[in-house]
Structure formats: C-alpha cells, structure tokens
Design a protein around this ligand. Structure first.
Ligand code: NIG
Ligand code: FE
Length: 417
C-alpha cells in the first residue's frame, strides 16, 4: 500500500456513513464520517467535523455526502465478459429438458460461443463487452476480472485479452485479464488433447504473457473440460512465469480440482458446488479464496449449493462474482449476485458484501491496493442511497448507486440516479 502524506488532500467528502470493510467480520461502519482523497489514493478517514475543519483549513471546497453510504468500489472477480453471440437457443433447449453437459457434448455450449467469437470482429467484441461492463459499472463496480477462453486459438485468445486491456484503458474501471487457455477442447484438437494442453501451457502462454496481456491463468477442471493433470500443466507453466492462477473447480462434480488449486497456491478456486472436506481444508491452508457464483448456479437450475458452512468453518475466505458469460450466467448485475449469494447459498449480507470487496480483492491478489477503505489504498469508492449496507443484498432489481469514484475521479452517475 502507498503512503499518503498527512495533510495534503485534493477532495474531502463529509456527512457520510462509511462501511470500510477493513476488518473481517464487520462492516466497519462509521457514522457522520468523512473521507479525504489525494490523487488516486485515500488520504484520510475520520469524523465529519474533523473533515470539515481540516478541509476548510486547506482551503478545499468540502463536498457534502448528505448521509449517503460509502463502500469500497465493488469488485467483480470472475467474468467472461468478452464474447461473440449469445446462447439463448440453449437456454430454450435446457428448459425443454436438455442438460448443460449434454449440450456441451453435442458440440454446443462453450464451443458454440467459440464459433461466434471467432467470427466476430475486434470492434464487435469491444462494443458488446463495453455495454455489459457499463451495466456492472452502473452498480458501482470499479474493478473487473475478464477471462479469455472463447477463442481457443492463439490469435483469437490474443484478441480477447487485447479487448480486455482496451476496456481498462478506455473506461474508468480497472481490468484484470486472465488467460483461460483451458476452457474447452476445440474440435481441431479432438484427437490431439495433449498437443492442445502443451501449446496452451507452452508457446501460447509464453507469447501472451510476454506481450503483457496476462495477469493470471485459469483452467476449467471438469469431465466436459480438462483433467486435474492437464490443469496442473498450465499451473506449473504459470508458476515458471511468476503468474498467479485461478481454477474453475467443482462446478458440476468433484474431480479434485480444489486440491489442485490449493496445491499450486492458486489465488482462487471458483464455483465450488462440489468440494470435499479435505478440499476445503486444503484451500484454507493455502489461502486460496473460494469464489461463489450463485447466478450460474441459478441459471443452470442446480440443486446442490456449495457447502458454505464447511467452507466458512474451514476458514476459507469467500468471494462473490457474476461469472458473466453467455452460457451459464448471462448476468451483468453484481447486486443480483449478492442477493443470490444470500438467498440461495445462505451467506449473510455482510459475508456477501465482503465477497464483492475485500475477499474479491484477495481473489485477484490486489488486497494491498483495493477492497477496503483505509488510507493509502486506491480511492475506488461507491456512494449509495441506502439506510444500511445490508440493503445492497436485499433489494431485487433496484440500483441504489448514486455515483462511483475510480482512482480518485468521480464517474458520471448511472442514468437512473
Ligand atoms: O464459469 N464453467 C466454465 N465456464 C463458464 C461457462 C462457460 C460457458 O458455458 O460458456 C462458467 O460457468
Ligand atoms: Fe466462469
């Protein structure tokens, strides 16, 4: 975390309620409080009276928050935001009785999005992703993770990662780009699995990482995707390059993916509907964050929720994300994900909010910089018209965001505010 010299502020917001999320197990609520910003950092947090006094002494115009709640900017730590086409036809098929796995094995599923993504131009990919990202930002998201994985050939994987980087450069939001090289086996490699895994973990990763396009890697460990041994190959290659990892683990079955994630000290293991006691303990010991994706569980109409009590009691930090993707989670609402984390998975509102702030930051390896409100961290803030932080998980379909600040700069308010 950077040190901000005391006494030098650019702006100060007073008369706010602040949920710092600075300690685990508490919102860290401060009432009639103030927060000061210097450059792109939080400079100071304290009482409104002190904020007014010090701001005035510095000759600063003091901004009135008028009782708004201020939380850390929300962090969506698992998305597949950049893709072509949509999968509404499969949504209909599933409602007529076909399962996600059956559709995937018949050449639909991820592969159908791969076809649409390969056919899309860079501009089309950027424009469609920017619209989806706009919806997330309108709900106070200031950092988003974006995975590749719908190209499955080097040039298209590169394009997806470049579009992710471009989104982060052109829009007031921070983007973490993840190379999801092992998402699905493309048909051209149907008889050459080992060659595909070797290419992804070898030449592709080296080139993409060498060009600065990769913040982390990811692999989908599942019977319709890749084995623990194959995902291990990618994690091993990532370690050589000093890149962190995420693993899609335990979404449809327990293949031991969580244990692989823990063994390689992955930043996160994501989904977790199927995880053993041993797996949960291994995650806790490794510090691997569990990322829960309730809107994917909901969309697939799954019936076995993640063992939240086991994960919680084992000491696994839990994050919550949208998993925005065309197949299992056509969701661009982080607030809906928070609601479903509570209603479907039994998280408390505090756990859910911590899951899209401090623990989401940990899942991205960024807790030193974002995820809680403490001096020195980035001034990524969300201002809400609510009476208590639990309201962020409670309402369905409302958007109480007033405004969000990204790196010390206030963004335009969402259209309905
Ligand atoms: O996180 N599980 C793998 N990946 C996505 C789904 C991808 C798709 O169906 O297009 C997920 O659910
Ligand atoms: Fe996913």
């Amino acid at each position: 975390m950077q040190q901000v010299p005391d006494g030098e502020w650019d702006q100060v917001w007073v008369g706010a309620n602040i949920a710092t999320l600075a300690e685990t197990g508490s919102y860290g609520s401060l009432h009639d409080a103030a927060i000061a910003v210097k450059g792109e950092r939080i400079a100071w947090i304290g009482s409104a009276a002190e904020g007014r006094r010090r701001g005035a002494a510095m000759g600063l115009p003091v901004d009135e928050a008028q009782g708004a709640w201020i939380t850390p900017g929300l962090i969506d730590c698992h998305t597949h935001l950049v893709y072509g086409g949509n999968r509404v036809a499969e949504f209909e098929q599933r409602l007529c009785g076909a399962s996600y796995e059956e559709i995937a094995r018949a050449g639909g599923g991820i592969q159908s999005t791969v076809n649409a993504t390969r056919a899309a131009s860079r501009e089309q990919l950027y424009r469609a992703a920017a619209v989806r990202l706009g919806h997330l930002m309108a709900e106070g998201v200031t950092t988003v993770e974006i995975k590749s994985g719908y190209g499955l050939e080097l040039t298209v994987e590169r394009r997806l990662l470049e579009v992710a980087r471009e989104l982060g450069k052109t829009l007031p939001v921070s983007v973490k780009a993840t190379f999801l090289g092992l998402h699905s086996l493309p048909p051209e490699y149907a008889e050459r699995r080992a060659d595909f895994v070797a290419a992804v973990s070898g030449a592709w990763l080296t080139e993409l990482a060498g060009d600065g396009l990769v913040d982390a890697v990811d692999g989908f460990c599942e019977s319709i995707a890749f084995t623990p041994a194959e995902v291990t190959q990618l994690l091993e290659a990532a370690r050589q390059l000093k890149l962190p990892a995420h693993v899609h683990a335990g979404q449809l079955s327990d293949m031991g993916a969580v244990e692989v994630a823990a063994k390689w000290h992955a930043l996160s293991a994501d989904h977790l509907e199927f995880v053993s006691t041993q797996g949960a303990r291994a995650m806790a010991a490794a510090g691997t964050v569990g990322v829960l994706l309730p809107t994917a569980y909901f969309t697939l109409r799954q019936t076995t929720p993640p063992p939240v009590a086991l994960l919680r009691d084992s000491g696994v930090r839990l994050a919550v994300a949208t998993d925005c993707n065309p197949g299992t989670s056509p969701c661009t609402s982080i607030l809906l994900a928070l609601n479903m984390a509570c209603t479907l998975f039994g998280l408390t509102p505090l756990e859910a909010l911590a899951g899209a702030t401090r623990h989401a930051a940990a899942a991205l390896g960024e807790l030193d910089d974002i995820g809680t409100l403490v001096p020195g961290k980035r001034a990524d803030l969300a201002f809400w018209r609510i009476e208590s932080p639990a309201e962020l998980c409670y309402a369905l379909g409302a958007n109480p965001l007033i405004q969000a600040m990204h790196r010390g700069v206030m963004r335009a308010p969402p259209a309905a505010a």
